[in-house]
Design a protein around this ligand. Structure first.
Ligand code: SF4
Length: 305
């Protein structure tokens, strides 16, 4: 079957199942093409929760499907490839969070949404790479635990000279891999381009950035900028929506090393099978779900300005 035919069959089956197909910005182009919504993980889950879809097919990784299940417990959440894990989310456990709380009593725990439900459940509040500064600013305490990403925590620290941000030694291997030398090489190859970095990059890479933003923030920045060329310091999958939305602009990966394999193992065939069988499902036990939801809701209550 051709790619186009399979995509048509998927759309037909999705309609029959009253299903919404969600694709993260890092998914392969053929998956983004067939999706109802493309975006970052939290925005996809929140948008999907507002719909009357009975089934959500999350083309992303496990923690993203869990977040959809946390905010939409009444919907069936499918993860077409259950092997799609997240190397960063794997770097922390609920026991690690408890140990940090014991070590720093009174310090609130801010957990990046790129974590599993059981870690979110141990947290006071969640954050995204877009709102981490606002979330930390909303906390009166001088000491704040920010996990699991040490790079995101150190990025937050830059904005709060009067606070101490305590971090866990987690990181995203596909952002942390980017070095200043890579950026230098990309700048030499594209001297007219602005360098845009994701906060999951190392501090020495953030120092070199013309702009720092989440994936949604990068899409907005590149769309609104008068500039025509950009070096993109995040997972290479983002180049597809960037180029699609801005056909008159040029985008270059900061490094081809920034490729998350887990984000590429969802195929059209697996999406079709998931819709056909309504498996594999992702569920979150209710005691974990309700505590994780509390941390997510608290984040959503933080004022925008
Ligand atoms: S890019 Fe990094 S944070 Fe995102 S799913 Fe892959 S390992 Fe996890």
């Amino acid at each position: 079957m051709t790619k186009e035919k399979l995509q048509q069959e998927i759309r037909k089956l999705a309609k029959d199942r009253k299903a919404l197909i969600l694709a993260h910005n890092y998914q392969p182009p053929e998956i983004q093409e067939v999706a109802d919504l493309v975006g970052d993980s939290l925005e996809l889950s929140l948008q999907a929760a507002q719909t009357d879809a009975k089934v959500l097919v999350f083309c992303g990784v496990v923690f993203m499907a869990e977040t959809a299940a946390i905010v939409s417990p009444e919907k069936i959440v499918l993860l077409p490839n259950p092997q799609a894990g997240c190397a960063m989310a794997d770097m922390i456990t609920p026991e690690d969070v408890k140990a940090l709380r014991e070590k720093y009593p009174g310090a609130p725990v801010v957990t990046y949404v790129n974590s599993y439900a059981d870690v979110k459940a141990e947290s006071d509040i969640c954050c995204t790479s877009a709102n981490v500064v606002r979330v930390v600013a909303s906390l009166p305490e001088k000491e704040v635990i920010c996990l699991p990403d040490k790079n995101l925590a150190r990025y937050a620290q830059r904005h709060f000279p009067d606070k101490k941000i305590i971090y866990h030694e987690g990181f995203c291997p596909f952002h942390d891999v980017l070095t200043p030398e890579d950026v230098q090489r990309a700048r030499e190859a594209h001297p007219e381009a602005l360098f845009v970095a994701h906060p999951e990059c190392r501090p020495e890479v953030i120092d070199l950035a013309d702009h720092v933003a989440s994936t949604s923030g990068m899409l907005r920045f590149c769309r609104e900028s008068d500039h025509k060329e950009f070096i993109i310091g995040t997972e290479v999958g983002l180049l597809y929506p960037l180029q699609k939305q801005n056909p008159d602009k040029k985008f270059y990966p900061a490094s081809e090393k920034m490729l998350c394999e887990a984000m590429k193992i969802t195929t059209l065939e697996l999406v079709y099978k998931a819709l056909e069988s309504l498996e594999p499902r992702v569920t979150v036990p209710e005691d974990i779900r309700s505590r994780a939801l509390r941390a997510v809701k608290r984040m959503l209550e933080v004022p925008r300005s």
